[in-house]
Design a protein around this ligand. Structure first.
Ligand SMILES: [Zn+2]
Length: 534
């Protein structure tokens, strides 16, 4: 690999005391020097490849801290149902999709959102069966916390009136006790397990295609999240990533979460969070405290608005969460726990407090983290920093969910997506997208964090605008602090000597452009490890 110099650029380095530079020198996949054009160009040798960036803004590449990457690859080619404006539209889309499928293949899709429909009810197997016939079908709701299966899919999975609800899952049933096809939370996995796995070559091609899509958005690193209790996915994903890494084909850096059901295997093998190299690394052990806002399963201190009896639910009993966190902390394993509701966040903070107070002779070298921290009581906010926890948050959810939040949580919106308070409270703030639950484009997240508005400008002045971040703060949360969340801030997230040469060149300057134009930002060049990948 020949040495490279990029010059005549406006480089945002994130180096303390030297935030801006004009040129950068790269060799062997790492940055060797950063500074003024004249000084860096003077380092050029005959074989150096010199690129004039024409004054373009250059940033460290993005790291998506919460993305279901393997799941996105698995879902590639499935139906995207986000645009279905009614149940009838959804069924028409399914009918049009079926003839494109090979014989025997399942009809799979995701993204339906019944709250937007004229008749806001979940579809059932009785809606699907007349269209799908004997072909099994499984369609996830937009938040992935519910799905609808047709009768053929229930039969393939052996789910009948006699099948008990699994732990932390519900099989919806009609008056006669027959499954309606609607599956909630972990009940979805009963049917998902029956879906045949694609051949390895096809699965790897899908991984590389999704990685290329992410590269084009400026994403150079990800923290891949495990789906709830889906034991088959984790080992398959890790094997595929390592194979692609060994073949030199991986165009982004992957830190893999590990499903909590595997913790005893990790301990038996002596593995620690952070094990791996700069391409594939073991990350956090993933747990789920509660459900979601949209499915009304977030665990709340006070009931949902207009539902006096509903304070949501926990997905993992607190005693079990405490046992897993305690075990992880004793064995060098960092925890990543999904917590949406204010009760879930408080319980999780209590457990971390007790665990950390007990100490460990083998503590993890990465910080523990809470995923989403969607709504949290002001009294609990400073506790994250006090306990050294990362707040892994997805600003695009703020734009997508503000209306739902007002409706379901009322005045508690003031404590929801509280990015300013979390940052000022001293928590490490790591940004992600939660794709495929939301759009993976980091500019949409940065726009939401900076404006607290949707891309259509709603609401004027921003939703709880006190919680707005600056562009610099949002960029840091999507780069350097995302790297810090997996112990990589010494080599990722800055354009600095010794750092990996992972950077992106933009068509505009998000620091000075109209914030409303941030979502349209285009990434002109993407470099990962000194190699141009997009
Ligand atoms: Zn997620």
């Amino acid at each position: 690999m020949l040495p490279i110099i990029l010059h005549n650029a406006r480089i945002y380095t994130q180096i303390p005391g030297q935030p801006w530079a004009e040129a950068v020198a790269i060799a062997q996949g790492r940055i060797t020097a950063v500074g003024r054009d004249a000084d860096i160009l003077a380092l050029a040798r005959p074989e150096t490849m010199v690129y004039d960036l024409g004054g373009a803004l250059t940033l460290p590449g993005f790291c998506d801290s919460h993305i279901h990457f393997h799941d996105m690859a698995w879902r590639r080619g499935q139906m995207s149902l986000y645009a279905a404006a009614s149940l009838e539209a959804l069924l028409a889309q399914v009918a049009a999709y079926l003839p494109t499928l090979p014989e025997g293949a399942w009809a799979l899709g995701f993204g339906w959102r019944e709250v937007d429909w004229p008749q806001p009810r979940f579809p059932t197997r009785h809606d699907l069966d007349p269209i799908t016939g004997a072909r099994p079908a499984l369609l996830w709701r937009t938040d992935m916390h519910a799905a609808v299966a047709n009768s053929a899919a229930l039969a393939a999975a052996g789910v009948t009136a006699h099948t008990p609800d699994p732990p932390s899952g519900v099989i919806d049933r009609d008056a006669q006790g027959q499954p309606t096809g609607v599956l909630r939370e972990l009940a979805i996995n009963l049917v998902r397990r029956a879906i045949p796995q694609p051949p390895t070559a096809q699965a790897e091609a899908a991984i590389l295609a999704v990685a290329a899509d992410l590269n084009r958005l400026g994403i150079v690193a990800i923290h891949d999240q495990r789906m709830k209790d889906h034991h088959e996915e984790g080992p398959l994903a890790l094997q595929r990533y390592i194979r692609l890494r060994d073949q030199g084909r991986l165009p982004l850096r992957i830190t893999c979460n590990i499903e909590a059901g595997n913790i005893d295997h990790l301990i038996a093998l002596g593995l620690r969070s952070g094990f791996g190299d700069e391409w594939v690394r073991l990350g956090h052990v993933k747990l789920f405290a509660d459900g979601s806002l949209g499915a009304r399963t977030a665990w709340m201190l006070a009931p949902f608005e207009g539902e006096p009896g509903n304070t949501g639910m926990y997905l993992t009993p607190p005693a079990e969460v405490a046992a897993v966190i305690g075990k992880a902390h004793r064995h060098g394993l960092a925890i990543s726990i999904h917590a949406i509701g204010d009760r879930a966040n408080r319980e999780v903070l209590d457990i971390f407090e007790e665990t950390l107070a007990r100490g460990s002779e083998n503590p993890p070298s990465l910080p523990h983290r809470i995923e989403h921290v969607q709504t949290i009581q002001p009294a609990d906010l400073p506790r994250l920093a006090g306990l050294g926890l990362t707040a892994s948050v997805q600003p695009i959810h703020c734009a997508d969910d503000m209306v739902n939040t007002d409706r379901l949580w009322g005045a508690r919106g003031a404590n929801t997506y509280a990015f300013r308070d979390l940052l000022d409270g001293g928590a490490l703030l790591a940004f992600g997208s939660d794709a495929p639950v939301a759009d993976p484009n980091p500019w949409l997240g940065i726009h939401a964090a900076v404006t607290r508005q949707r891309v259509d400008g709603y609401p004027a002045g921003g939703w709880y605008p006190r919680q707005r971040l600056t562009v610099a703060e949002a960029v840091r949360a999507y780069t350097l602090d995302a790297a810090a969340a997996v112990g990589q801030a010494h080599q990722q997230g800055r354009i600095a000597p010794g750092y990996l040469a992972d950077l992106i060149v933009l068509d505009r300057d998000p620091f000075t452009c109209d914030p409303a134009a941030i979502p349209e930002t285009q990434v002109g060049m993407v470099m990962v490890g000194g190699r141009v990948v997009g």
